[in-house]
Design a protein around this ligand. Structure first.
Ligand code: SF4
Length: 72
């Protein structure tokens, strides 16, 4: 049976650390603040959004945060 070398352990630890850092960054920078995007979307009402996913969209190309300026 092959032995695990020190550099293999270091590589594995680096891989886990980088994957964790990427996951934390993605979670912090993703759209929406709640469980669903609609929770803080400016279009979350019957007049502005006719999507079937509302009010529980987790992916939506029309999502716009309530905090964004309406003039954009
Ligand atoms: S535009 Fe998308 S995110 Fe916004 S309320 Fe409609 S379905 Fe939800």
């Amino acid at each position: 049976m092959e032995q695990i070398t020190d550099w293999q352990v270091v590589f594995l630890l680096l891989t886990v650390a980088i994957a964790s850092a990427i996951s934390l960054y993605a979670a912090g920078s993703s759209q929406g603040k709640g469980k669903f995007l609609c929770d803080d979307c400016r279009f979350n009402n019957d007049n502005d959004c006719l999507k079937a996913e509302r009010p529980a969209a987790v992916v939506c190309t029309a999502y716009r945060s309530n905090s964004e300026s309406r003039e954009q």
